[in-house]
Design a binder for this molecule. Structure first.
Ligand SMILES: [Zn+2]
Length: 321
């Protein structure tokens, strides 16, 4: 069943490449560019109506470069107008590369986030930033810089509330929705991924939200230990409580602390030295899909495109072989 889904994706990608090539010979208007991603939208994720009604009517800026090579069957990662496209796995061997995702929460911060961006650039590394809406609204230039420099952005609520104390409607409209409004105001596009503050989320709520809620597999507790040496040690050497970095891991940190940034100045080269390649969260989701792994850092299994279209004749895609 999965093979069939993948085959369909490959055929669609081929078709789309043809369409794209044809489109390039023309004037390449914004209308053409935005028409391309809809071709691979085999089954778009249904947004809960709460967020759908909260969508502003403003026309988003034209999407930069379409990414036709993304052939994931995860419904959440299908290209959607007005949303940041997932990153392709160009240059990554998903089965053989040793990969790790660096994730930074609670920013952007006016001094520490730009400093981290400089470090990432020096090391040719990518990261994922789960932003708090109030900070994204206050520092739109930094949000834009994060996106323009090839990193990934996710929402981390509007004002860092424990989402499990709120209703689905409040989460979608006033927390994730409002944070996404701020991200869209800065970049022209909305984010495809979220991380709940404190990791506070139930599987049931994640399912109702309808998007993977991205957690982590390594927690160096950088918010607690405001000491660069300790944070370095916790990430590179691991701890019993916070977990150990390994292939496929997602590391949690916070770009609002100067000590964390100082630690990452050394952590990034150290992990590179160990042979790790840095990937974003949407890349890690695709790698996990290709590897057929059930991953520990997400709540609520995201439906495949086939599963999302459960009205159709296709039964659930089930587990990967
Ligand atoms: Zn947080």
């Amino acid at each position: 069943m999965n093979k069939r889904v993948k085959l369909v994706s490959i055929v669609l990608a081929a078709l789309m490449a043809a369409v794209f090539t044809a489109g390039c010979s023309g004037a390449g208007s914004a209308a053409e560019a935005s028409a391309v991603p809809t071709v691979i939208t085999t089954t778009p994720t249904e947004e809960p109506s709460a967020e759908a009604t909260a969508e502003p009517t403003a026309t988003p800026e034209p999407t930069p470069e379409p990414t036709p090579e993304v052939t994931t069957s995860l419904a959440q990662l299908q290209a959607k107008d007005g949303y940041m496209p997932p990153k392709s796995l160009d240059g990554i061997d998903p089965l053989n590369d040793k990969v790790v995702a660096l994730t930074f929460d609670d920013g952007p911060h006016p001094e520490n986030t730009p400093k981290l961006l400089d470090i990432l650039k020096e090391n040719d590394a990518v990261a994922t930033f789960f932003m708090v809406g109030t900070n994204a609204e206050e520092y739109p230039d930094i949000v834009k810089r994060v996106y323009d420099e090839g990193h990934e952005i996710g929402t981390h609520s509007w004002n860092h509330k424990d989402l499990m104390t709120l209703s689905l409607d409040e989460i979608m409209t006033n927390q994730y929705g409002k944070a996404n409004d701020a991200i869209e105001a800065a970049t022209g596009l909305r984010a495809l991924i979220d991380r709940p503050p404190y990791g506070s989320m139930s599987e049931d709520m994640a399912e109702q939200i309808g998007r993977e809620q991205i957690l982590w597999s390594v927690d160096p507790e950088d918010w607690k230990y405001r000491d660069a040496d300790t944070v370095y040690d916790h990430v590179v050497n691991g701890t019993d409580n916070g977990g150990y970095v390994r292939d496929g891991g997602i590391i949690l940190s916070h770009d609002i602390h100067a000590t964390t940034i100082d630690a990452y100045e050394r952590i990034i080269p150290a992990l590179k030295e160990e042979g790790y390649k840095f990937v974003t969260v949407t890349q890690m989701m695709q790698i996990a899909e290709i590897r057929g792994k059930d991953i520990e850092y997400r709540f609520g299994h995201a439906p495949t495109a086939a599963e999302a279209a459960k009205n159709g004749s296709e039964p659930s895609a089930g587990t990967e072989e």
